[in-house]
Design a protein. Structure first.
Length: 206
């Protein structure tokens, strides 16, 4: 526990006064512990009650998204005139969007990918010491542009050629960038910060 300092003029003058202060300190500390324990207990009860209410609500939202997904697929051309992947409708946004890109390894599990990278000169750069695949580093390399452009000098052309060769080797080892589209529904609250007030439920029908 952190020591509490008092002003010099309030310091006890006798041992008895110090003992009295220490006894008060101990009692107040006990009260703090009791209050914190009570707060933890009450929060646990509140969270349990909220979870009991939220679980069926979340299931209902997920079911609505599952119902809307085939309707959207059947009517997307009419709803968007073939020009968009999402629309706003009835205070909600719905449509298709790309998930964040992630590394996909086609030739086995992560351990197999680690072995493939290490045996082909990528171990220090793209494999974490755990060892696990350093997927952010792999993704950065796979997404690196290799077009030197018309004004690139010889050194830049050589550097980009090396990167292109590494990307080609990663592809041969089974690594690629995978990015999928998912159906989504979002609640939009007018005149409110979207990031704070929107709730997104992604379709998960797998």
């Amino acid at each position: 526990m952190t020591r509490i300092k008092s002003a010099a003029q309030r310091a006890p003058q006798t041992k008895e006064q110090a003992i009295a202060l220490l006894e008060t300190f101990a009692q107040v500390s006990a009260n703090v512990r009791l209050t914190e324990a009570a707060r933890t207990e009450q929060l646990a009860l509140i969270n349990a009650a909220a979870d009991a209410e939220l679980v069926p609500l979340a299931a209902q939202l997920k079911d609505i998204v599952k119902q809307l997904k085939p309707w959207w697929a059947a009517n997307i051309e009419e709803l968007t005139a073939g020009k968009r992947k999402s629309i706003e409708l009835a205070s909600c946004a719905l449509g298709d969007r790309l998930n964040p890109p992630k590394v996909h390894f086609a030739n086995g599990k992560d351990a197999d990918g680690v072995a493939a990278l290490q045996s082909n000169g990528f171990g220090e750069r793209l494999v974490r010491m755990t060892p696990t695949l350093d997927k952010p580093a792999i993704l950065r390399l796979l997404q690196t542009g290799t077009d030197p452009g018309s004004d690139a000098d010889a050194a830049e052309i050589e550097r980009l050629a090396k990167i292109a060769a590494e990307i080609t080797k990663l592809a041969e080892l089974g690594f690629s960038v995978r990015q999928t589209e998912e159906f989504f529904v979002e609640v939009i609250t007018p005149n409110s910060p979207v990031d704070e007030l929107k709730q997104t439920i992604a379709a998960d029908t797998e």
